[in-house]
Design a protein around this ligand. Structure first.
Ligand code: 13P
Length: 250
């Protein structure tokens, strides 16, 4: 369907402990073969990262990542997970600033920027999530919110380092609601993000994924838009057979 590289990212959120995660990935690997131009990224819960990385070690097209990290390498931060720890568990990437972290756990734009800078320093790929709430969209504030979320990042991450960063546009109103953004809605905001970072001197074209109620029925319509470089999927990535089918559609 497309010749640009595509990323299919599975965010399992708080699902699949170590045993279920290992079984999932073994089945998924049996159901899929590497495909040119397609990368498969998995974000299991922290305790399941090592078994998933281990089971996928023979598949260069599969990358594992953490759902969250702290910006400090170690210390008295009860309940947090450090970047060196997730690296030891095989992570090559990490989600930063997922809307559930921002809205349920109070993560700030500044913390998102600190985590992003720390990940880049350690050689991991930050997958930074941005997105507006329904009230913000309906109030005509989408652009303002996205730019506000990007600003501390643009401050803390030198323009040249943006080449190693991936953005996910996840409108909060589309996450887990069954109401996905239309391909036009998503493409419009992806362009807005590219414009905002380009204006700040970031060279090249940043890969941007779309997330929010993506499923087997809407993924092709979304990926038909060249502004999208892949998808970040929650609910529809939780079943190995269904996820293998979805990543095979494009
Ligand atoms: P859903 O695909 O369940 O809407 O979740 C999207 C998401 O938050 C991925 O990070």
């Amino acid at each position: 369907m497309t010749t640009r590289p595509l990323i299919y990212a599975a965010n399992w959120k708080m699902n699949h402990g170590p045993e279920a995660a290992r079984e999932f990935i073994e089945r998924f690997i049996a159901l899929t073969a590497p495909a040119a131009g397609r990368s498969l990224w998995f974000f299991p819960p922290a305790v399941s990262l090592a078994p998933v990385s281990h089971a996928a070690r023979t598949r260069a097209d599969i990358l594992t990542g953490a759902q969250n990290v702290h910006w400090e390498p170690k210390g008295a931060y009860t309940g947090e997970v450090s970047i060196p720890m997730v690296q030891q568990a095989g992570a090559k990437t990490a989600l930063v600033g997922h809307s559930e972290r921002r809205h349920l756990f109070g993560e700030t734009d500044d913390q998102v920027a600190r985590k992003t800078a720390a990940l880049l320093k350690a050689g991991l790929v930050p997958l930074v999530c941005v997105g507006e709430t329904l009230a913000e969209r309906e109030g005509g504030r989408t652009e303002h919110v996205i730019v506000r979320q990007l600003e501390p990042l643009l401050d803390k991450v030198p323009a040249a380092e943006w080449a190693r960063l991936v953005i996910a546009y996840e409108p909060v109103w589309a996450i887990g609601t069954g109401r996905n953004a239309t391909p036009d809605d998503a493409a419009q905001v992806h362009e807005l993000i590219r414009f905002a970072v380009g204006r700040c001197g970031v060279p090249g074209r940043i890969p941007i994924l779309y997330g929010g109620s993506v499923n087997a029925g809407n993924v092709l319509g979304l990926l038909a838009r060249p502004e999208l470089d892949g998808v970040l999927v929650g609910g529809a990535s939780l079943d190995a057979d269904g996820w293998a089918e979805l990543v095979g559609l494009g």
